[in-house]
Every structure is written in structure tokens, then in C-alpha cells.
Ligand binder design. Structure first.
Ligand code: ADP
Ligand code: MG
Length: 265
């Protein structure tokens, strides 16, 4: 039987047009192997499709990792759980699986004084979730509130909140730095209400709930916001000495008790 004359010259162009970069890269080697080892044609086709699908998933995760805007290097692997005996590593690893709690829109609230690893934990959890195929976005709460205020002025707040829906987990880092005295903060309440029981929030705070009256415009709104947040939530309290301060002391950078590092945070 004579070989069928396939026009392989156009193959790279066609594969690019079909958006199959992995097939475009692998077909010369794989077709050669197939010819040499007399694969059935279907096996070759399946092998190419499998490679494309696997790499597509990797590319998606890489995209989501960039889009999450996580502070670099903060992972569960680099978190020293022995330094924070109140935090269960097993519990964090279970949260990192995502699934049920993200599907139900449950929240994670991390409380503790400055420098104890709240931001590190938040970023580490989000990073693990992104690796597991979820989408996350890390925001300083003050930045997000500002963005939402601008959106409200442009009558685009609902649209902005809807755009944030694509993130299974939205991190509001340092919510206690938001001050109602500085600006109109009911936008934050609108975000919390909109995500309630649908999409998860991870919030870090230096201040316990008792001090949250400083965040929201009035006490009723504060109560309503806290109510929605804690209804389905995992609360993690980190009550250890500042990791920053401890490592500074270890380095001999400053005498014990002085906390210029954490004070500046
Ligand atoms: P917070 O957000 O509570 O103020 P951070 O998460 O910013 O604290 O932690 C301060 C610094 O100390 C960061 O560089 C963080 O990576 C590090 N750190 C804090 N706790 C730990 C820990 N248990 N293991 C490793 N690094 C930690
Ligand atoms: Mg922090």
C-alpha cells in the first residue's frame, strides 16, 4: 500500500489556529515513535489529546497563580507550624483541599496581633487552593474598599462585585485598617452580603470583632456584617509573639521587647 500524502507543511499553522500548542510541539516526535512502533492511529490521536489536556490544565493553573496576586514565597511548606502551636497543620491542609467549604461559600477568619503570620497563612492557603484548581484573589482590604468606592461613584459597584464572583476565594487582608472615619465603607458590607453563602472570603484582622465598629458606618451594619461572616466560618486565632520580632531577636538585630518591625506594619 502506498503512503497517503499528507500535507504536514501546513500542520503547524493549523494547530496554532486550533490553539493546540502542545500537539504542535509534540507531533513530530510522537508521530515518529508511532511510525517506528507501528501504533494504531487511534493510539497516536489519544496520546496527543492527553498531552494537550494535561498541559492545558497546567497553563490554566499558572495563569490563575499570576492572577491571584499573592505575596511571593508564602506557602504552607515555608510556614513553621511549630512556631504557632494554636494552629493545626492538619486543619490547614484540609482547608487547602478546597471542595466542600468553597462550594458552600464558607469563610475563614484569621485573627491575631501584627507579625504572627496571618498574611502568610492566608497567602499559603490561597496558593495551595490555586494549585488544586481553584481561583483566588489577594487584596489589601483598604485597596479593595477604595476600588469599590470608585466603582460606586461610577455606578459600577454591582458589576465589580459580580466580577469578583469568579474567585472562589477572595482574601481581604487587614480588614481592621479600614476606617469608616476616612471614607464610605458600606461598600464593604455590600461585598460581604453579596458573597454570603455563595462565595468564600478569607479575612485577616488585628482587631477582634469588638473593635469592628470602627470599620462600618453604624453599629447595626457592623452586627449584620459579622453575623454573615461567622454564620459559616472557620475562625483561626493566632496568639503567639510576633514572628517578625522573634526572628529579629534571634538575629540579634534588636533587644527583646522592642518591636519596631511589627509596629511599622
Ligand atoms: P501578619 O500578617 O500577622 O502581620 P505576616 O504573615 O506578615 O504577619 O508575618 C510576618 C513575617 O513573618 C512574614 O515574613 C512571614 O512570612 C513570617 N512568618 C510569620 N509566621 C511564620 C511562621 N509560623 N513560619 C514562617 N514564617 C512566618
Ligand atoms: Mg498581615
Amino acid at each position: 500500500m502506498s503512503a497517503i500524502n499528507v500535507d504536514t507543511a501546513r500542520l503547524p499553522i493549523m494547530l496554532t489556529e486550533l490553539r493546540l500548542p502542545t500537539v504542535a510541539r509534540l507531533w513530530p516526535a510522537l508521530t515518529e515513535t508511532a511510525d517506528k512502533e507501528s501504533w494504531p492511529a487511534a493510539r497516536l490521536l489519544a496520546a496527543l489529546a492527553e498531552h494537550e489536556i494535561a498541559e492545558r490544565a497546567q497553563r490554566r493553573i499558572a495563569r490563575h497563580a499570576i492572577e491571584a496576586r499573592l505575596p511571593p514565597g508564602k506557602t504552607l511548606e515555608s510556614f513553621d507550624f511549630t512556631a504557632t502551636p494554636t494552629i493545626s497543620k492538619a486543619r490547614l491542609l484540609a482547608l487547602a483541599e478546597g471542595d466542600a467549604w468553597l462550594e458552600k461559600g464558607q469563610n475563614v477568619l484569621i485573627f491575631g496581633p501584627p507579625g504572627v503570620g496571618k498574611t502568610h497563612l492566608a497567602a499559603a492557603l490561597a496558593s495551595a487552593l490555586v494549585d488544586n484548581g481553584f481561583r483566588a484573589l489577594f487584596m489589601r482590604t483598604t485597596d479593595l474598599v477604595q476600588k469599590m468606592q470608585v466603582a460606586r461613584q461610577e455606578l459600577a459597584l454591582t458589576a465589580l462585585i459580580e466580577r469578583l464572583d469568579k474567585y472562589h476565594l477572595l482574601i481581604l487582608d487587614d480588614i481592621s485598617y479600614v476606617q469608616k472615619s476616612q471614607a464610605e465603607t458600606s461598600v464593604l458590607f455590600e461585598l460581604i452580603s453579596a458573597r454570603y453563602e455563595r462565595r468564600s472570603l478569607l479575612i485577616t484582622a488585628n482587631q477582634p470583632f469588638g473593635a469592628w465598629d470602627a470599620i462600618f458606618p453604624d453599629p447595626a451594619m457592623t452586627v449584620a456584617a459579622i453575623d454573615r461572616l461567622v454564620h459559616h466560618a472557620v475562625i483561626i486565632e493566632v496568639n503567639v509573639e510576633s514572628f517578625r520580632r522573634r526572628s529579629a531577636v534571634k538575629r540579634g538585630a534588636q533587644p527583646a521587647g522592642v518591636s519596631s518591625n511589627s509596629a511599622s506594619k
